[in-house]
Design a protein around this ligand. Sequence first.
Ligand SMILES: Nc1ncnc2c1ncn2[C@@H]1O[C@H](COP(=O)(O)OP(=O)(O)O)[C@@H](O)[C@H]1O
Ligand SMILES: [Mg+2]
Length: 282
Amino acid sequence: MSTKVAIVADRVGWEERQLISAAPDLGLEIDWVNDESLCLGDAKAPSIDGYDALLIRSRSYTRGGLLATLAESKGVAVLNSASAIHACENKLVLRAVLDAAGVPVPDFRLVLSRKDFDKALDDLGLPVVLKPVYGGMGKRVTLIRDSDLAHSVYDYVEDLGHAFEQACLMEPYLGGGSIRCLVVGEQIVAAAEFESAGADWRSNAALGNQSRALADDSEVQKVVDGVVDQLGAGIYGVDLFKTPSGYLVNEVNHAPAWRGVASTTGVDIPSAVARHVQEILA
Ligand SMILES: Nc1ncnc2c1ncn2[C@@H]1O[C@H](COP(=O)(O)OP(=O)(O)O)[C@@H](O)[C@H]1O
Ligand SMILES: [Mg+2]
């Protein structure tokens, strides 16, 4: 009998489609379950009854962690773990966890007010990057090269409706490229270096960019091992910056896109995910 997995997500994207179409050959039965229709809380919630595992792929910054927490508490196997999702959903929490464990992260300041903003600018000097604590897909990540612009940018932040949206990190600008390591289980299964290309300065995997496969690198391995030690085995997109003083972990995506690394490296990601699911359930 094949293993039944529910992909819990807001929509079926490229990665989810790849998993669903590869499933029969991998000994899995995979359905998409809309993350806004689970109504969890009941120990026998019909929406997830009968599944051996839930693969949480919500792109929202709040749904994944909430759903994983509740499903885990009812004894359902959940990937990634609720604690890993919670840590990754919040850029500041993740950096605090990694930093405390000695995993290198960028220098940054928490900006909750204009006072913080001014002080952080003084501390870090231009150019800086301002980004939301709760964010994704590169949205609102702002490169500030020019002090004339800096204060006007903060006007827009201040006008956002909610303190949740206003909370930002400021950090030094660390160059035009980044490295995406796709981790499945405890291993890096694919890694690529992304350069920003075209009109956008960001090299986010979701924004479209140029990339090349990254050869095995013991320094990268060490940093990623440090991340996995903290979060536990899982499916992660670990984003690194390469700096003169070594690799720094920018962020970890808990429902990573992998179209970019898959097409750059040719790695069969669905097989790796299927192996990981079977290992968890064994
Ligand atoms: N400090 C930084 N220095 C240089 N580029 C950055 C910095 N922070 C973010 N970027 C660029 O912006 C992109 C999006 O930022 P990121 O921190 O990954 O937020 P998101 O969660 O929106 O993906 C990154 O992939 C990178 O290209
Ligand atoms: Mg990112």
